[in-house]
Design a protein around this ligand. Structure first.
Ligand SMILES: *[C@@H]1O[C@H](CO)[C@@H](O)[C@H](O)[C@H]1NC(C)=O
Ligand SMILES: *[C@@H]1O[C@H](CO)[C@@H](O)[C@H](O)[C@H]1NC(C)=O
Ligand SMILES: *[C@@H]1O[C@H](CO)[C@@H](O)[C@H](O)[C@H]1NC(C)=O
Ligand SMILES: [Zn+2]
Length: 225
């Protein structure tokens, strides 16, 4: 028999969230491994459906969206924001990391959901992950000219400000280079924000079309070193 690419479970639930005149639609799709007569239910997908679920995911996406625009990027008008109609989350199996975001699509690893065993709850870990990935959807990256460490650092800065940083998150002042890792860069950005309130929002706004290291000096009056 030819095997058909049928998914164990596919749920599509949409939600509209209004922020002034701008509305973003959230779509969550749960994919599983191919279905068959004797294939048992997939434990990771079951765990997603019972512990997290599509309605909870859509609810937090609206809250995270608002938090990113208002608190992190401080973009109060649609013209300042990246134009996003829809954000899609796929819970699926793929090789690689916990999640991968490309444009408005966030793919979360079913294997990550299935094996998550942190000191915090799975719901908490998933929420933290969405703060990071949704920042990628809304942030500017200088049309890909900004260094990846900075782009990732801003996404982790959102986690930090949302109080969703895991116990292992870099401590203030740790790390010896500002561009080493996600959470260390986030701490550097927090430091810059202490020098100039709204630093991250200002930097992000400058990164709309291009990126230059001098942006740091432009905002803080000090060279990045
Ligand atoms: C994410 O998953 C969707 C749906 O399966 C797929 O179309 C898309 O290519 C994936 N994105 C990446 C970056 O792998
Ligand atoms: C995070 O915690 C700090 C310190 O307790 C608090 O001031 C801040 O309002 C919290 N932020 C959020 C988004 O809950
Ligand atoms: C910072 O950048 C803005 C906009 O590009 C520019 O007008 C301004 O002169 C710059 N300021 C400094 C101190 O470099
Ligand atoms: Zn990232």
């Amino acid at each position: 028999m030819a095997s058909l690419p049928i998914f164990l479970c596919t749920l599509l639930i949409c939600s509209l969230s209004f922020h002034g005149i701008s509305a973003v639609k959230y779509v969550v799709t749960v994919e599983g491994p191919p279905k068959g007569p004797n294939v048992p239910k997939d434990p990771a997908i079951e765990r997603f459906n019972t512990v997290i679920g599509v309605p909870f995911t859509i609810k937090i996406m609206g809250q995270i969206n608002t938090f990113i625009w208002s608190t992190i990027l401080k973009q109060n008008t649609p013209t300042e924001r990246k134009h996003v109609d829809t954000i899609q989350v796929f819970i699926k199996y793929f090789n690689g990391q916990e999640a991968i975001t490309s444009d408005y699509r966030i793919n979360v690893s079913a294997a990550f959901i299935g094996t998550y065993d942190g000191p915090m709850s799975l719901k908490w870990g998933f929420t933290s992950l969405l703060y990071h990935e949704m920042t990628h959807v809304f942030q500017w990256d200088g049309e890909k000219k900004a260094p990846r460490s900075l782009v990732e650092g801003i996404a982790d800065y959102t986690i930090l400000k949302a109080n969703y940083s895991a116990p292992g998150f870099s401590k203030p002042g740790s790390g010896d280079r500002r561009d080493v890792a996600y959470d260390t860069t986030a701490r550097f950005l927090e430091y810059c924000d202490g020098l100039v309130p709204g630093f991250v929002a200002k930097l992000n706004n400058m990164m709309r079309k291009t990126y230059d290291i001098s942006f740091f000096k432009n905002i803080t009056g000090k060279p990045v070193e």
